[in-house]
Design a protein around this ligand. Structure first.
Ligand code: ZN
Ligand code: ZN
Length: 199
C-alpha cells in the first residue's frame, strides 16, 4: 500500500482518516480506559466485500493501552454491505479523526518480504519510504513477537488483514508509538475483528 494523495473524507473503500462508513445502528466507540470517543484510523475493503474499520483512543496517548488487542483502548469492526452511513462523533472534545484523509495505491508483491519490497519501491520510484502505508494480505511483519489475536467467538487465531504504517506525514499520521505498525485481523465466520500495534 502506498500513498496516493489526499482523498475526500467520505471516499468509499480503503483509506486512512476521514469519516468511517458504518451501518445505520452504529454507535461511536468509547475507550474503556478513559471513556472518551475513539479516533477513526482507517477502513480497509475486504476481499469478500466487507469493510474492516479501525478505531483507537488518542485522548491520552500512551495511557489507554491503545496498542493492545483486548484492553479496550481500540476497536476494530467488520461491517457488511450496509456500511453506507456516516456517523456523527460524540459531541465531546475527544480526538475522533486524523488530520488528513489519504487515498491508497496498491502494488502486488512478488515473493519476498514486505521490508525488501518497501526498499525496492523506494529505490525504483525515488519516493520516500514514508509513503509506503502498509501491506494487505500476506504475512504480518512483526516488530515485536507474534501477537496474532484469538477470536472471541470461536477461540481460533484470527486471519491477518492489514499492516499499517503511521502515515506519509508525521504531522497527520496515526500514532503507533512513534514509528510503529498497526495490525488488523478478522474472523470471517464470526464477523469479528481485532487491532493492535507494536513499535
Ligand atoms: Zn482512552
Ligand atoms: Zn471466530
Amino acid at each position: 500500500m502506498t500513498y496516493a494523495g489526499p482523498a475526500a473524507a467520505d471516499a468509499p473503500g480503503t483509506r486512512t482518516g476521514g469519516v468511517p462508513h458504518v451501518p445505520a445502528d452504529f454507535t461511536w466507540p468509547l475507550c474503556a480506559e478513559c471513556d472518551g470517543p475513539m479516533q477513526f484510523v482507517a477502513q480497509v475493503s475486504l476481499a469478500d466485500a466487507g469493510l474492516l474499520s479501525i478505531f483507537m483512543c488518542q485522548n491520552d496517548p500512551g495511557l489507554c493501552e491503545e496498542w493492545d488487542a483486548t484492553a479496550g483502548g481500540n476497536h476494530a469492526y467488520v461491517f457488511g454491505a450496509d456500511a453506507v452511513h456516516f456517523p456523527v462523533p460524540p459531541a465531546d472534545d475527544g480526538v475522533t479523526a486524523l488530520d488528513e484523509t489519504c487515498a491508497v495505491d496498491y502494488e502486488e508483491l512478488p515473493t519476498g518480504d514486505y521490508l525488501d519490497a518497501a526498499d525496492d519501491w523506494h529505490k525504483r520510484t525515488g519516493r520516500p519510504k514514508r509513503e509506503v502505508l502498509g501491506q494487505i494480505g500476506g504475512r504480518p511483519l512483526w516488530l515485536q513477537s507474534d501477537e496474532t489475536p484469538v477470536c472471541d467467538g470461536c477461540n481460533r487465531p484470527m486471519a491477518f488483514v492489514v499492516q499499517l504504517e503511521e502515515g506519509h506525514n508525521h504531522r497527520t499520521s496515526a500514532n503507533f508509538g512513534g514509528g510503529g505498525c498497526g495490525y488488523a485481523f478478522h474472523c470471517a465466520p464470526c464477523s469479528t475483528a481485532a487491532f493492535l500495534w507494536q513499535c
